[in-house]
Design a protein around this ligand. Structure first.
Ligand SMILES: Cc1ncc(COP(=O)(O)O)c(C=O)c1O
Length: 464
């Protein structure tokens, strides 16, 4: 079979060639066959071609009339539905965004202070950043995840570039791998964050899954995970959630991480870490980075996509970093030069504001300390919501073992509710969540827990 990523002598990928051939083929279709595939407005077009004339819009038709309605994003679409619901008791547990006890979005005090400092500093300008972003931010980000005493950093073996939050970091890393790495298959956990397969596929990799979650124990399927990675081809890329696995809230123990590391290193599998929740899982930045540090400590190579969306509450500022840990400093220099070639035609260079906030906080001892206190408070509030929901279900005598609610970690609980039960809870109780039964614990408060517990109780006792 043809490999979608193989390039011909002009550097053109076979997948691109196939797309353009498909486009030409569609354009050359006979009027009747083309028209029969178009929606009514376009098929009224007498020539039957997709875009008959650049001025078609002038005569009432649209040159885009053939464009079909795309489905909503499965996660962000939950918020769209929630916003349309006029009910005063509605609760949005779909999107992974922290809310206060009052149900309001939170801007950390430390972020407000850092922003104030930036505003008051007349030397700050709005010039373009370099392609790789704010150098100080990159250094501090690598230290935050790998540890300030990391040998990889001390030996200058880490190439870090500022990217557009976690998603942008994953995408840049993917495009780099598709161009420069010999193996183009990435193994992702089953299940995983819904955007992963899309980012990796569109970035030029092919996606396979490894077993991760065991619905019976509602815990990690370590046996299945190890078996699947054992049978992956040598050199394959493996996506690992650094902590607070989304959507399951199930993380390997440190012993299990060690088993995974040994297996991956012995088979030459390349780790691609996604760290979207450092500090959010346990409340400790260092504890949540332990899995990553184990892999970096062995001297091997890996990729790391970091996000400040959740742990600094900088969701909309789109601040993140991609680091590639290399064997040697000279490889890291060349890797960085190629990352620039990925970034420049994509978005040229990253935004300055969010990265400046992060750098201001990470480099100042007092601000850093203040951040860790606020971060711990967010993590603790989520943990207390777990306990409260568990207690509320127990108090109602809701059938089933709900201990996974307190065992799982991070922003989400994978409740085990099925899509029919989810639909029931949305219809009858105005509770919005993804259809896989995932709820964002960060969206709950002591006021909404009883309502959620009532809804779960009703869903479990009435719908099966
Ligand atoms: C596992 C995981 N990775 C990456 C992201 C990316 O988030 P962002 O692009 O907002 O940093 C998310 C966000 O929900 C996530 O859950």
């Amino acid at each position: 079979m043809e490999d979608a990523n193989v390039r011909d002598s002009t550097g053109y990928r076979s997948a691109d060639r196939r797309l353009s051939t498909l486009g030409r083929h569609l354009g050359a279709l006979s009027p009747s066959s083309a028209a029969s595939r178009l929606p009514p407005m376009a098929s009224e077009n007498p020539t039957g071609t997709i875009a008959p004339s650049p001025t078609a819009g002038f005569y009432g038709g649209s040159v885009f009339a053939h464009v079909v309605q795309a489905p909503e994003d499965p996660i962000l679409g939950v918020t769209v539905a929630y916003n349309k619901d006029p009910s005063p008791v509605k609760v949005n547990l779909g999107v992974g965004a922290y809310r206060t006890e009052e149900g309001k979005p939170l801007v950390l005090n430390v972020v407000r202070r850092a922003e104030q400092m930036l505003v008051n500093d007349p030397s700050r300008v709005k010039e373009y950043l370099p392609i790789t972003g704010l150098a100080e931010f990159n250094k501090l980000s690598a230290k935050l995840i790998f540890g300030s005493d990391s040998p990889a950093i001390q030996e200058n073996r880490v190439a870090t570039v500022q990217c557009l939050s976690g998603t942008g970091s994953l995408r840049v890393g993917t495009e780099f791998l598709a161009r420069h790495y010999r193996e183009r298959t990435i193994y992702i956990p089953q299940p995983t964050w819904g955007n992963h397969p899309k980012v990796f596929t569109l970035g030029g990799l092919s996606v396979k899954t490894y077993r991760y979650y065991d619905p019976v124990t509602r815990g990690l399927n370590i046996q299945g995970l190890l078996e699947d990675l054992s049978s992956a081809p040598s050199g394959a890329i493996v996506l690992l959630h650094a902590c607070a696995h989304n959507p399951t809230g199930v993380d390997p123990t440190l012993d299990q991480w060690e088993q995974i590391r040994k297996l991956m290193r012995s088979k030459g599998l390349l780790p691609f870490f996604d760290s979207a929740y450092q500090g959010f899982a346990s409340g400790s930045l260092d504890a949540d980075a332990q899995s990553v540090r184990m892999f970096v400590a062995d001297g091997g190579e890996c990729l790391m996509a970091q996000s400040y969306a959740k742990n600094m509450g900088l969701y909309g500022e789109r601040v993140g970093a991609l680091s590639i840990v290399c064997r040697s400093a000279d490889v890291a220099v060349r890797v960085e030069s190629q990352l620039k070639l990925v970034i420049r035609p994509m978005y040229s260079n990253p935004p300055i504001h969010g990265a400046s906030i992060v750098a201001a906080i990470l480099k100042d001892r007092a601000l850093f300390h203040e951040w860790t206190v606020e971060l711990k408070a967010m993590a603790d509030r989520i943990i207390s919501m777990r306990q409260m929901l568990f207690d509320a279900l127990r108090a109602r005598g809701t059938p089933g073992d709900w201990s996974h609610i307190i065992k799982q970690i991070g922003m989400f609980t994978f409740t085990g509710l099925n899509s029919e039960q989810v639909a029931f809870m949305t219809k009858e109780y105005h509770i919005y969540m993804t259809s896989d039964g995932r709820i964002s614990m960060a969206g709950l408060s002591s006021k909404t827990v009883p309502h959620l517990a009532d809804a779960i109780h009703a869903a479990v006792t009435r719908t099966n």
